[in-house]
Design a protein. Structure first.
Length: 154
């Protein structure tokens, strides 16, 4: 039986006793009333029943520009105008491969995770490659060596 001191809790939906780690956190009660699977299921059901509300919310967010502006300021410390000026200066192209992103994607702000220095605007593929370069010391030299003389299989 679940009690206030226990590490167990009963989900209000499925009525199963589960560990508190199987519930999302709640600022007022410690953990929410529904276990994670039930809460996720309830959320999916609500989204299916209310597609118009989801569309309205997405349209409001897009129209306000808050999503993009907040992301640029919060994560990279730059104003949207700085991003746009750099994008125009480079003709909307990636600073490494010089290609325009496909499917109307924005270019990613490439930044050094150690110094937080913003280095430039990159397409998804180049930004992913830079993450690899940053995370594995000497990766570029190892990859170059591999390509010059692939060891083969078997």
């Amino acid at each position: 039986m679940a009690n206030g001191n226990s590490m167990m809790k009963i989900c209000c939906r499925c009525k199963k006793e589960k560990t508190k780690s199987e519930f999302h956190k709640s600022s007022s009660r410690g953990v929410q009333a529904y276990c994670k699977p039930c809460k996720n299921s309830m959320s999916r059901e609500w989204l299916k029943r209310n597609p118009h509300k989801v569309q309205e919310y997405n349209a409001r967010e897009k129209a306000s520009g808050n999503t993009r502006n907040g992301h640029l300021r919060r994560n990279y410390g730059i104003a949207p105008e700085q991003y746009d000026q750099t994008l125009i200066k480079w003709g909307g192209r990636c600073m490494i491969c010089r290609q325009k992103p496909k499917d109307n994607r924005d270019l990613s702000v490439d930044h050094d995770h150690k110094t937080d220095l913003n280095r430039g605007l990159l397409c998804l593929k180049c930004n992913s490659a830079m993450e690899r370069l940053d995370s594995i010391y000497g990766w570029a030299l190892l990859a170059e060596s591999y390509l010059e003389a692939p060891p083969g299989i078997g």
